[in-house]
Design a protein around this ligand. Structure first.
Ligand code: ATP
Length: 890
């Protein structure tokens, strides 16, 4: 027997689970231990040893190893050992950087792992999907990715798209009854939901029958290709840049070596110097540091409740010029409270805040009994999926907040769950943001059937033919219509979210066609609820504005409600416009592009409109972030430059389509992520600037010395040491630097902006040149004074080069001037610089290392000379840039 052939009860018997209880937590744990986690066997993690070995694949490391071998063969054991030690330390550094990057990437994956809602110990709980076990009773809702193989036992209009399994992209309508036929294909097993497929519509409940590798998907998992993470555009651009730099460095090195040999320097010395110089000049650590900077930045974002699903999003965030954000739940709290009810031609005000179940009803100043509004609230309660639950002595809503608010109001009118249960739901047309309404067909205790429809008033009112009154109902007149429209206008003007509630008695028992039941309906009333703006959003919108980023509200809500909220949030400027979905329908793509710059609120839109809006904005050259939570939002999110999904309320589909997930569904988090994204990019610029200027300095000092027919100012191990110490820690610390104050005060970075733009290339060349020059001056001065003491002069040059770089690192923290920032702010950098200085002192003063690095002790006056020289590149440019700035100000 196959699962699909058995009835729901049989399956639950077989799997020892009761629908009313679910699995107990203890049974679930036993089953999890026995069956293993519900996941497709993940690719084995690469071993650490492999990662370490990988470091030796690097071309320059291999060259160094060859150089070690040569030194060894020539009997230069000190050189050989020094080089090998440096290679090993270098590889360890690379290894730790890469390991850190891998770890944080897998942590990211864990955080965005899917969850499932299961019924255990008589309550619905949310668990990570890998904890689901056979026998679990599980909920499926539109937008969910199915997490295991499930036999569906309850379902309302459940539709599942199974292309992941069958290749068929048309959703399949699911059933709950057993199917008796033998040997059915997966596509024909209409009462089953398979792992990896997608709920496109409706709701359902099922029993998990297989998990992990036992699922149909698990059996074909071997066929699935594991996709390798793609390098981000920045990483790709840097890799290209790296290639160019390698060629330039090799050419320069070759030039230096040939010139040196021609001038009579010994071959071996020049070979080793050449190799060391090439190693030093090539910023081989760059890609790893970029990845570390990106992934550490991403971890900072997680602390701010934003998860980046694609590393490339970090760069795009910095270029974002428009954020299109949903209103409900993202800009507002999604804590709805019913405030006004319009029924029986009367406006009733409701008191009480939040989810508290006590409140009174007032007509003007006069308190009225709850019975006055009981009818409309009863309908609102029946046409409703939410549930009220008490947790920690507080009432909480399980389900849609709009529906929850209706339940709370019904409780205030003394209606209870018992009243709701008197009505049997026969059929349902679920709510979706396209239709903006929901209908249930119910049967009362007298077997009388009728339909209840609730939804956006402007969608329902055109379908109204009758209006409910004391005697039942009467025809709907234009006077009623005017009255209702005026009321609606007042309610929406007060920023209330409105719902109309209508009913329709069904005489013909077979009428379940949604067109029939949702037309010619009887108007019962309007319900208005508040959903206050989140406190932090106003500030975030302001910050975005300062950063040259426009915020656009996109909502399914009524235009006036949306506008009122937009005003409360200072989102809409004086000349800003509100455009509705129906106006959008009238507009050509071209018209929309013309007008979109002035529009700040799009109201009563459907997900399909979102795509049109994204395209219009992109057509005008914007980089667009678009939020979304439902299945239908996915196309617009994918088309946008940054899809942003909601961690709490978002569907799996929306999350999969997004680059950024907001753990708290909060607009302010997008702003925080953009700020962090900009900062990460700036930090990457900082260490590129530092690394390349250092390398330019190193090459130039050697080149100048050779051109001037001087002895080599640095010996190979010294160059390697400089490369290792200064390139390693200080560069990493720059990657962790705090943002400059103005990161959110300048406009978004143009997408096409190159890495070297905004004067970075100029800074690298000029600072590098100066570092090379002061090192040369230090060398020449020391050498001239005591020509017989070449070792002394080299120690001076070596120390000057290191100190010049360690001072210059502070210059790299600011786009403006070294004096623009407090140098003590970045403690990582202080630590990195101090430890580099300690390592420098060890090399200069520790006798055994003096032999290896050919250094001698330095005196006080040497240090004064060195520090004065090495400060020049930074201080000089510090002054000139500050002066430029003050001139500009004038
Ligand atoms: P946003 O896109 O900002 O999240 P929204 O959540 O208000 O907007 P929808 O959920 O599409 O957008 O709701 C649109 C309208 O549909 C609401 O203004 C309301 O009138 C109506 N509505 C919302 N939820 C329900 C529901 N559960 N049942 C019936 N009607 C609803």
């Amino acid at each position: 027997m196959n699962w699909y052939q058995l009835s729901g009860e049989k399956i639950m018997d077989k799997l020892s689970v009761k629908r009313s209880v679910g699995l107990t937590k203890a049974t679930a744990k036993l089953r999890l231990d026995k069956m293993g986690p519900n996941q497709l066997d993940a690719k084995k993690d690469r071993s650490l040893f492999f990662l370490f070995l990988k470091q030796f694949q690097d071309f320059m490391v291999l060259v160094l190893l060859a150089a070690t071998l040569l030194s060894g063969l020539l009997g230069e054991y000190v050189d050989a050992i020094a080089i090998i030690v440096i290679v090993i330390i270098n590889s360890l550094l690379g290894f730790f950087q890469e390991q850190k990057a891998e770890k944080s990437l897998s942590k990211l994956k864990e955080l965005s792992a899917p969850v499932a809602q299961v019924f255990r110990d008589e309550e619905w709980i949310t668990i990570p999907s890998n904890q689901v076990v056979p026998g679990d009773i599980i909920k499926m809702t539109g937008g969910d990715r199915i997490v295991a193989d499930i036999r569906i036992i309850e379902g309302e209009s459940l539709e599942i798209e199974e292309s992941a399994l069958t290749g068929e992209s048309m959703p399949i309508s699911k059933k709950t009854k057993p199917i008796l036929e033998d040997g059915l294909d997966y596509a024909d097993q209409k009462n089953m939901a398979f792992m990896g497929t997608l709920v496109t519509k409706g709701n359902g409940i099922g029993v998990v029958v297989a998990t992990g590798m036992k699922t149909v998907m698990g059996q074909i998992a071997d066929l699935l290709v594991q996709t390798k993470p793609q390098p981000t555009p920045l990483e790709r651009r840097l890799a290209d840049l790296g290639k160019v730099l390698i060629i330039v460095a090799l050419l320069l090195t070759a030039f230096v070596v040939l010139l040196g040999v021609w001038q009579g320097h010994p071959m071996y010395d020049m070979f080793l110097a050449g190799v060391s110089l090439a190693v030093a000049a090539i910023p081989e650590g760059l890609p790893a540091i970029v990845t570390v900077a990106l992934s550490l930045g991403v971890q900072r974002m997680i602390r701010k409740k934003a998860i980046v699903r694609k590393l490339s999003a970090v760069e795009t965030l910095g270029s974002t010029s428009v954020i299109c954000s949903d209103k409900t739940g993202t800009m507002t709290e999604n804590r709805m409270t019913v405030k006004q009810i319009f029924t029986n031609q009367q406006m009733i005000h409701v008191t009480g805040e939040g989810h508290g179940l006590t409140g009174e009803f007032y007509q003007g100043q006069r308190q009225v009994a709850g019975s006055f509004v009981q009818d409309i609230l009863l309908y609102g309660m029946i046409c409703n999926h939410a549930e009220l639950r008490k947790k920690n002595k507080q009432w909480q809503i399980d389900g849609d907040p709009t529906e929850g608010a209706l339940l709370v109001a019904a409780n205030k009118a003394k209606l209870s769950e018992e009243d709701r249960k008197k009505f049997k739901i026969i059929d349902e047309v679920p709510f979706d943001s396209e239709r903006k309404r929901m209908t249930v067909i119910v049967e009362d205790q007298n077997k009388q059937r009728f339909a209840i429809t609730k939804g956006a008033p402007d969608v329902l009112l055109p379908r109204v033919n009758y209006i409910a009154d004391e005697n039942g109902r009467r025809p709907y007149t234009s006077k009623d219509q005017n009255r209702i429209e005026k009321t609606l206008n007042d309610m929406t003007g007060d920023a209330l979210r409105t719902i109309a509630i209508c009913i329709k008695p069904l005489t013909d028992e077979t009428t379940t066609d949604s067109y029939m039941v949702e037309n010619n309906v009887t108007f019962v009333g309007l319900v208005g609820m508040i959903d206050p703006p989140r406190k932090e959003v106003k500030k975030a919108i302001r910050a975005c504005k300062d950063a040259g980023i426009k915020t656009v509200m996109i909502t399914g809500d009524h235009a006036k409600t949306a506008e009122a909220i937009a005003k409360q949030l200072d989102l809409i400027p004086l000349n800003g416009r509100v455009l509705s979905g129906s106006q959008l329908n009238q507009m050509s793509e071209h018209d929309l592009r013309d007008q979109v710059e002035d529009v700040y609120v799009f109201a009563r839109v459907t997900p399909a409109h979102k795509l049109k809006i994204v395209q219009a904005l992109q057509g005008n050259g914007h980089v667009v972030a678009m939020t979304g939570d439902g299945v239908n939002d996915a196309p617009a999110m994918k088309a946008s430059d940054i899809g942003v999904s909601m961690g709490r309320s978002g569907t799996d589909v929306a999350k999969e389509a997004s680059a950024l997930v907001l753990l708290d569904d909060n607009f302010a988090t997008i702003q925080a992520a953009i700020q962090e994204g900009r900062n990460i990019y700036e930090n990457i610029r900082k260490f590129i600037r530092y690394l390349l200027a250092s390398n330019v300095g190193e090459i130039l000092v050697m080149l100048f010395a050779i051109l001037l027919a001087l002895p080599l100012p640095l010996i190979p191990v010294q160059i390697l040491w400089v490369n290792l110490v200064t390139d390693g820690l200080p560069a990493m610390a720059l990657g962790l630097d705090q943002a400059e104050k103005n990161v959110m005060k300048t406009g978004p970075r143009p997408v096409k902006e190159g890495i070297f733009s905004r004067g970075l290339g100029f800074k690298i060349i000029t600072r590098g040149l100066m570092i090379g020059l002061v090192t040369l001056v230090a060398f020449v001065t020391a050498y001239q004074n005591t020509p017989e003491h070449l070792t002394y002069a080299r120690t001076i040059a070596f120390t000057t080069l290191v100190m010049a770089q360690l001072i210059h690192v502070f210059d790299c923290r600011s786009e403006k001037s070294v004096f623009a920032r407090n140098p003590l702010q970045n403690l990582y950098l202080i630590g990195a610089v101090l430890s580099s200085i300690i390592l420098l002192l060890v090399v200069i003063y520790y006798p055994p290392l003096q032999v290896v690095f050919e250094t001698v002790e330095l005196m006080m006056r040497d240090w004064i000379f060195i520090l004065a020289l090495s400060a020049i590149p930074t201080v000089l440019f510090g002054f000139t840039t500050s002066k430029d700035k003050s001139n500009n100000k004038k």
